[in-house]
Design a protein around this ligand. Structure first.
Ligand SMILES: [Cu+2]
Length: 103
């Protein structure tokens, strides 16, 4: 019986670990891409970015529009700003998770 309990708690821990690994894959662990902000549409929460290669989306450099995960992350930025950003595809929608100033 003791053995069973230990086995159970080990698999519960593993399950927990894989859950948090998944959550991270959608946020901070996304690779950063370079970009320049071309247009911000605060009303729809969309941003057009001239971006460099996006490794996790297997996307070559281009100019395109993204949906902001939260429209609030677009507030500090304006057209022409050089940025580093993290993006992912969420249910078929290319989504920007975070934006910071390019160094
Ligand atoms: Cu693109």
């Amino acid at each position: 019986m003791k053995h069973f309990v230990r086995l159970f708690s080990t698999s519960a821990t593993l399950l927990l670990l894989s859950f948090s690994a998944n959550a991270q894959a959608h946020e901070g662990h996304l690779p950063q891409s370079d970009g320049v902000i071309k247009k911000i549409d605060a009303a729809t929460g969309k941003v057009t970015i001239a971006h460099g290669e996006i490794a996790n989306l297997k996307m070559p450099p281009m100019t395109m529009s993204f949906k902001a995960k939260d429209p609030a992350i677009l507030k500090p930025w304006k057209e022409g700003d050089k940025i580093r950003f993290r993006s992912a595809e969420v249910k078929g929608v290319l989504t920007v998770y975070s934006i910071e100033a390019a160094k």
